[in-house]
Design a protein around this ligand. Structure first.
Ligand code: 3PG
Length: 305
């Protein structure tokens, strides 16, 4: 069996070494395609792969057509909006993610972005503190929970809204559960996004939701750029000189945000949330184990299609 790691944004070497150990211990072979620049390289590399480990790499129908021997794709991470699930199912390919494995890394970055924003991007001027401020966690999944845990250490008042997570689960963590996104955005000084990109959430962070945020509000996005209605965020930031946006996923309109809002907008050049040795090891080795478990014993606990 051949397992391919196909990562445009490579794992730390220590994680690749750990994945190799798992794969070779199972008697399988490991192939590596990193930092590829052309889709053709991916199409070529998947030809004889029985399993693929990816990150935000796009697995569409064309890739699945080229991967004639493929049985399983594991997205080493949380969001699998980069995989065409219907096409995978049609090709009889199992798709999994590795939920929770990189959550702490993303949560730490979210808090780092918050500090950066409230300290005016370290420009030497007087900012504000996070202590005592209201933090709104939009979706209380693995990352949201870690954000809550760390934010409490900062002395923030933590609120959350999640359309699917029961209130009792949220409140057990000492977090105030609100009943709507509108209420969350009206209440909180800092909003941290942790919703996946789905047909329902795309463009859902819009002017109507953001317009009632308190003065000096900060929006932190370590989720996906697609959930933001960028035109409406630009309109809001145009009207509200007090509003800041910090993101770990470069908006499509990055150049415009930079030009218009240089003092209160920041984006990492490449998604950095899960880019730690620890997260790479956790998610990478979990992916390798899930592949071995599936190919040897048919275990499909984390199957998403
Ligand atoms: C995820 O969905 O797990 C995060 O967005 C991390 O994505 P990455 O593996 O591309 O850094």
């Amino acid at each position: 069996m051949k397992v391919l790691i196909a990562t445009d944004k490579p794992f730390a070497k220590v994680a690749v070494d750990g994945i190799r150990k798992e794969i070779e211990a199972a008697g399988y072979e490991l192939a590596l395609l990193e930092k590829y620049t052309e889709k053709a390289q991916l199409l070529d590399a998947v030809k004889d792969a029985n399993a693929i480990i990816i990150r935000s790499d796009i697995i569409d129908a064309e890739v699945l057509d080229a991967a004639k021997e493929l049985k399983i794709v594991v997205r080493a991470g949380a969001g699998y909006d980069n995989v065409d699930l219907n096409a995978a199912t049609a090709h009889n390919v199992c798709v999994m993610n590795t939920p929770g494995q990189n959550a702490n890394a993303v949560a730490e970055l979210a808090l780092g972005l918050m500090v950066y924003a409230v300290r005016n991007f370290y420009n030497g001027t007087s900012g504000t503190e996070l202590m005592g401020k209201k933090l709104g966690i939009h979706a209380y999944g693995n990352v949201g929970r870690n954000v809550a845990r760390i934010a409490k250490g900062f002395g923030m008042e933590v609120y959350a809204y999640d359309a699917f997570c029961p209130k009792e689960v949220i409140e057990k963590d000492g977090v105030k559960a609100l009943s709507s996104a509108e209420e969350l955005y009206k209440t909180c000084n800092v909003i941290s996004l942790h919703i996946p990109a789905t047909a329902e959430t795309k463009n859902s962070i819009n002017y109507a939701l953001l317009k009632d945020t308190p003065k000096g509000a900060v929006l932190v996005n370590t989720a996906r750029k697609e959930v933001i209605n960028e035109d409406e965020l630009i309109k809001l930031m145009d009207e509200r000189a007090d509003f800041k946006y910090v993101s770990d996923i470069m908006p499509a309109a990055h150049a415009k945000f930079e030009e218009l809002f240089a003092e209160r907008y920041f984006s990492t050049p490449k998604k950095m949330g899960a880019q730690t040795a620890e997260a790479n090891i956790n998610a990478g080795i979990a992916a390798a184990k899930q592949i071995v478990g599936y190919l040897k014993d048919g275990i499909d606990k984390f199957k998403v299609n």
